[in-house]
Design a protein around this ligand. Structure first.
Ligand SMILES: Nc1ncnc2c1ncn2[C@@H]1O[C@H](COP(=O)(O)OP(=O)(O)OP(=O)(O)O)[C@@H](O)[C@H]1O
Ligand SMILES: [Mg+2]
Length: 261
């Protein structure tokens, strides 16, 4: 098996709360893996561990044959792992194009400002950055919005710009945290097509999503977290039919509907 990512016994505690509890995960190169689970299950925390925002209290992370446990975020980026955030993090007053260019530089120590204002870069570098960013805009169908302030875009398009910003570095692996949140069904379909295209270009994808219909349709495999524990891992259709998974979702939901007479 061609394991790109191998995580073993990953545990993260916040005080008395175990947000991620002894999770093992293997991701194969070229896979689209869906990570699902009820609110508070530990999904985003899992991404924060994988991207070096948190160091796991226990466990080990191997990526591409390198032990990356405890790596800082920029070191993780240097390994080719990029992400989007559950709460969109764009510079709202800057253009779509500038936001994407930023993706090429924020993993370096040179910093964000020099990238926006073109400091410390040669003309050739500047040209290359502009070309790469523009090519991505074309690929994502965002060229008409290139000079628009990111904050003026629809929710769905802002999420696409976030994905573009992660893609501009040609990631080995991309982590998408609820990319379909706030999208209508048409936008969700075009997002799924984009994710398939990303995989086709050789990037491995992990996707956190509450839209179960979308993940079953799109993902090669689903992993389910509940209270930080991995409760299922396998074929999407089988996973969503698994009684423990159904219970995890229903158990967390308040019953608001009253059957009256
Ligand atoms: N920095 C933190 N400090 C303390 N508790 C935290 C912190 N980050 C997350 N938690 C807690 O860890 C648990 C898991 O949170 P996490 O955000 O990972 O869940 P999630 O599965 O992404 O949920 P959602 O679907 O709502 O985004 C929650 O109980 C949350 O309150
Ligand atoms: Mg989350």
């Amino acid at each position: 098996m061609d394991a790109l990512l191998e995580m073993k016994g990953i545990t993260k505690r916040f005080g008395g709360l175990t947000a991620v509890d002894q999770v093992d995960l293997i991701v194969k190169k070229g896979e689209i893996l869906g990570l699902i689970g009820p609110n508070g299950a530990g999904k985003t925390t899992f991404f924060n561990i994988l991207t070096g925002i948190y160091r796991p209290d226990q466990g080990n992370i191997q990526f591409n044959g390198t032990d990356i446990t405890g790596f800082k975020p920029y070191q993780i980026a240097n390994q080719g792992i990029f992400r989007t955030f559950q709460n969109i993090r764009l510079l709202k007053d800057y253009s779509v194009l500038d936001n994407i260019k930023l993706g090429l530089f924020r993993q370096t120590k040179a910093g964000a400002w020099s990238s926006i204002f073109g400091l410390r870069r040669s003309r050739e570098e500047e040209k290359k950055v502009a070309e790469e960013s523009w090519a991505l805009l074309e690929r994502l169908g965002l060229t008409d919005l290139a000079n628009e302030a990111a904050g003026n875009l629809s929710y769905g398009n802002q999420r696409r710009v976030e994905i573009a910003r992660a893609l501009v570095s040609h990631p080995e692996m991309i982590l998408l945290d609820e990319p379909a949140a706030g999208m209508n069904s048409e936008e969700v379909e075009s997002l799924s097509a984009l994710v398939r295209q990303i995989r086709q270009q050789g990037t491995t994808v992990i996707l956190i999503e509450h839209n179960v219909g979308m993940v079953v349709e799109l993902c090669d495999r689903l992993v389910v977290l509940d209270h930080g524990v991995k409760i299922a891992d396998g074929d999407p259709n089988q996973v969503v039919a698994n009684p423990a998974v159904i219970e995890a979702y229903i158990g967390g939901q308040e019953v608001t509907e009253v059957v009256g007479d």
